[in-house]
Every structure is written in C-alpha cells, then in structure tokens.
Design a binder for this molecule. Structure first.
Ligand code: SAM
Ligand code: DTB
Ligand code: SF4
Length: 324
C-alpha cells in the first residue's frame, strides 16, 4: 500500500466501503509505515497534541442478566463486584462535579442492564439534564434501546450513547450468547436516527484472531456514519469471568489496531479505553502516536481500576499533551 502524501490524502476521505483485504494490508504494513500513515491522517483532522478526557461512573452495578464473557458485572459469574442499585441523583451530581473540577469534558454513566425499563429511564433522564447543566457533555451506556427510548434521551439533551460491537460478527458468538450482533446494530441505528452521537468500539485481547480485529474495524468503519467516538478497550481480565485467563495480546498488535482505527475513521475520536492500568507509559505514548486522542480519566472505569488522574497528568506533561 502506498504511503505517498497523495495516497494518504485520498485515503483519508471518509469512506464506508472498506474491504477486509484493504484493512489487512494496513495491518500488514511495516510498523513504522503504519504509524506514519496514521499520524498523517490524524494531523489532517486533529491537533496531534490534544487528547479528550472523559470520566466514567457506574450508576447501577452488577447483577446483569447478560452473559458477556469479559464482564465482571454479569450475574452468571462469581466475581468480587459489589452490586449496587441505581445511584441517587445527588451522588451522581457530586461525582460529575468532581470530574469536571479535575478537567474532564465528558461524563459517561454506565448501567449493568440488558436494556433499561422505562421507569429507570425517567431517573436517568433527570441525571442527564442535571449533569449537562453543570457544563459537561453527557454520555450513557445502558444496554439495548428501543426507538422510543432513544427519542426520549435525545429530547433530554443526551450528547452520546455508547454501545459497543465488541468484536467481529464471526467471533461474537464465542463471547456473548444472550443478544445478537444484529441487536447491537439495531440499537446503534436507533441512536443515530434520533440524532445523537454514537460511541461504538470493541475489546481486543479476548483470544480473537487478527482476522477478527479486521472484521471489527470493518464493521465500525462501514456503518452509515463513522461513530464519533471509537473506544478501543484492551480486555481487563477479571477473576471469575470466562476470560480471566485469556492470552495476552501483543502490545504492538494493539498499537497497530489503534493506527488502523485512526486511518479508517479519520475524523472520529479514537479512545484508548479500558486496560491502560496494565500498559506502560511508552505503550500509551505509542497509542497516541498511532492516533488515539481520547482517554478515560479518573481512578476507576466502571468496576475496575484505571490509572490515577495525577499519573495521567504527569504522562500528558511528559508528552506535551493538553487535555481537552
Ligand atoms: N450493559 C451495557 C452494555 O453492555 O451495553 C453497558 C455497560 S458495559 C460494561 C459497556 C462496555 O464495557 C461493554 O460493551 C464492553 O465493551 C466494555 N467492557 C466490559 N467489561 C470489560 C472488560 N473486562 N474489559 C474491557 N472492556 C470491558
Ligand atoms: C467502553 O468501551 N469502555 C468503558 C465504557 N465503554 C463504558 C467500560 C470499560 C469497562 C471495563 C470493565 C469495568 O470497569 O467494569
Ligand atoms: Fe451486562 Fe453490559 Fe456487562 Fe454485558 S457488558 S454483562 S450487558 S453490564
């Protein structure tokens, strides 16, 4: 594959027709060529020294009926997660204010539901309105949504909805059996139709093959519109889940995947999401060089640890990165 400036310019247009062969060719580039290509695409759409920061809060934790093989919150696995009912509004607002004070621009609220009940949604909508009123962007991840529910969330002013495809259609059934790939695509369509921004990505390091990583990237890039936000998670191996002993993914392959996501979805924020706790500073720096320009900020993801905010501030300082 050519890496001349002209070829890169042509390739950096927003495309929705990526073939698996083309994506494979990107993955197969010499590492330096791939990163150079990704960095050029990145620079044509973003300030390369700015990284968006979001903070996560689990607003309802554990006892989820789904069987996602990576997830510590599934009721089917014996993990150490402490179950918690829907948090009171005041507590959510306190956490949101703290996130804002620490420099987060987006507040993402996650619930361990297969899909929300309409009565749950009433309470969540109040959270969205009030978090927005603090001057933060809002994001929710609550599981599957109906068309009517997405309309209600849009009316409440929700900015982003996170719903991941997680992996390729072929590998998906090895990880989750309680909802289909098509169910996920349907929810994404409802979110898009309601006019909200889509946050959609996946997890690497679940024992999937290179071909599955290619399949995931293809699914993400070939949606009618690229997700505005693309979280790439490295599996956090949690004791008690079926994937607790999954084989480590080669970090270089992870960086390659970030670079491919950047090239395929040039104008999207690619988020270096779960799994940073076990990544070296050098690996994270390579991910930023490959085009990652968003992270989760704060000590905790939903239930698992994330690097301390101080540690991230120091890393950004060493790299000359500004949090936005
Ligand atoms: N229950 C909702 C759902 O599944 O859509 C929302 C919350 S769920 C925890 C959000 C996402 O977190 C999942 O789609 C998955 O991609 C990611 N996730 C969950 N457990 C993870 C783990 N152990 N490592 C990496 N990512 C994980
Ligand atoms: C996403 O792709 N990653 C975040 C967010 N979307 C909701 C969640 C990561 C969860 C990691 C496991 C945990 O902390 O429970
Ligand atoms: Fe439930 Fe979401 Fe965890 Fe799946 S990923 S078990 S749907 S909380």
């Amino acid at each position: 594959m050519s890496t001349t400036p002209e070829a890169i310019q042509a390739n950096s247009a927003l495309r929705h027709d990526w073939s698996t062969d083309e994506i494979e060719q990107l993955f197969n580039l010499p590492f330096n060529d791939l990163l150079f290509h990704a960095q050029q695409v990145h620079r044509s759409h973003f300030d390369p020294n700015q990284v968006q920061v979001s903070t996560l809060l689990s607003i309802k934790t554990g006892r989820c009926p789904e069987d996602c093989g990576y997830c510590p919150q599934s009721v089917r696995y014996d993990t150490e997660v402490e179950n918690e009912a829907l948090l009171p509004l005041e507590e959510v607002l306190e956490q949101a204010q703290a996130a804002k004070t620490k420099g987060s621009s987006r507040f993402c609220m996650g619930a361990a539901w297969r899909s929300p009940k309409d009565s749950d949604l009433d309470q969540v909508i109040e959270m969205v309105k009030q978090v927005k009123a603090l001057g933060l962007e809002t994001c929710l991840t609550l599981g599957m949504l109906t068309e009517a529910q997405t309309q209600r969330l849009k009316q409440a002013g929700l900015d982003y909805y996170n719903h991941n495809l997680d992996t390729s259609p072929e590998f998906y059934g090895d990880i989750i059996t309680t909802r289909t790939y098509q169910d996920r695509l349907d929810t994404l369509q409802h979110v898009r139709d309601a006019g909200m921004h889509v946050c959609c990505g996946g997890i690497l390091g679940m024992g999937e093959s290179r071909q599955d990583r290619i399949g995931l990237m293809q699914q993400l890039a070939n949606q009618p519109q690229h997700p505005e936000s693309v979280p790439i998670n490295m599996l956090v191996k949690v004791e008690g889940t079926p994937l607790e002993n999954a084989e480590d993914l080669d970090p270089i392959e992870f960086v390659r995947s970030i670079a491919v996501a950047r090239i395929l979805m040039p104008a999207s924020h690619v988020r270096l999401s779960a799994g940073r706790e076990t990544m070296s500073d050098e690996m994270q720096a390579l991910c930023f060089l490959a085009g990652a320009n968003s992270i989760f900020y704060g000590e905790k993801l939903l239930t698992t640890p994330n690097p301390a905010a101080d540690q991230d501030r120091l890393l950004f300082k060493r790299l000359g990165i500004t949090a936005v």
